[in-house]
Design a binder for this molecule. Sequence first.
Ligand code: HEC
Ligand code: HEC
Length: 295
Amino acid sequence: MFRNVQFQNTRQKKIDIKVDATPERIAQGQKLATMLCRSCHYNETTDEFTGRELTEAPQFGKIYSANITHDSIVGIGNWSDGDLIYFIRTGIRPDGQYVPPYMPKLIHISDEDLNSIIAFLRSDNGWVKANTAHMPASQPGFITKFLVTINAAKPFEFPTHVIPGPDTTNKAELGKYIALYQLECYSCHSQSFAKNNYYEPAKSPGFFGGGNEMYGLDGNKIYSLNITMDKNTGIGNWSEADFIKALKSGIVPNEQPALRQPMQPYANLTDEEASAIYAYLKTVPAVNNKVERKF
Ligand code: HEC
Ligand code: HEC
């Protein structure tokens, strides 16, 4: 596909994997893609993952997410499973081009969860059936080009070892896996995207203390909130039920307005998973950082 900006050309290492698309994997992949890919790749007009303009990422330029349906010309029909796995972990496409930070990379997600996402992308689910709707090429702005030029935004290394899933019998461990490695809550909820430590998330400045500046769908600035257990500035006074409700429905206590994009209602999480995230957050050091919600 034609793209008008060339970033550094790296090479995609060929990974020889064919994912076995079991019904369990397709179901888990659909759940994960709903929480991890839909917000950017779903298009309301086509009702498919044909991509859209990311108006909420003005800091990066004029950015369009891609068509990731089965179409072999404008979609990913010609990519192998290994191509997809390599790309989702590192950001490097089969043609060697690197996609800058506006497409998040899943460097810690378990091999099994990643296989599930691939199984879903290959499935006969209506969201990914071949569709020729074409997205214009992104026009990354100055900042993106600058970050890439100074190497501040560069491809992640492809993991050299097997990445196992969490011990699901250990509640806090499961919560940690979801919050750091699977859904990456910390990446939005720490101080800033630029300062996050993506290789060792817990070393990110202001870990879970909020205040990270981002943009809502309307293009206005919005800040992530402090979700440490600090009683004055975090969610230390929330009950577990308050937390589960807020996370899954966006409805927060104290008659405050509901949570807005880019925070999404994680309706697909089970109550057990939401409760596990809560158990993990209780182990995270409280951060005293007051973030005002502006409307
Ligand atoms: C925050 C927004 C965002 C999220 C979330 C996101 N993507 Fe993307 N993705 C993008 C953008 C933007 C591009 C296109 C970058 C470009 O070429 O300018 C892209 C490109 C891609 C491509 C490359 C397509 C091509 O033809 O080059 C694939 C494959 C892809 N995404 C898969 C996924 C999957 C799978 C998920 C979920 C696990 C996901 N993306 C989540 C924004 C996102
Ligand atoms: C894409 C960025 C992003 C991601 C990922 C994200 N959040 Fe949020 N979150 C936000 C923003 C922004 C707000 C504030 C929304 C508002 O003010 O309306 C928020 C608000 C919240 C709140 C409300 C806190 C309060 O004091 O009212 C909770 C709880 C929360 N997020 C938990 C989570 C959890 C748990 C995850 C991971 C499963 C997560 N978030 C992932 C951006 C994000």
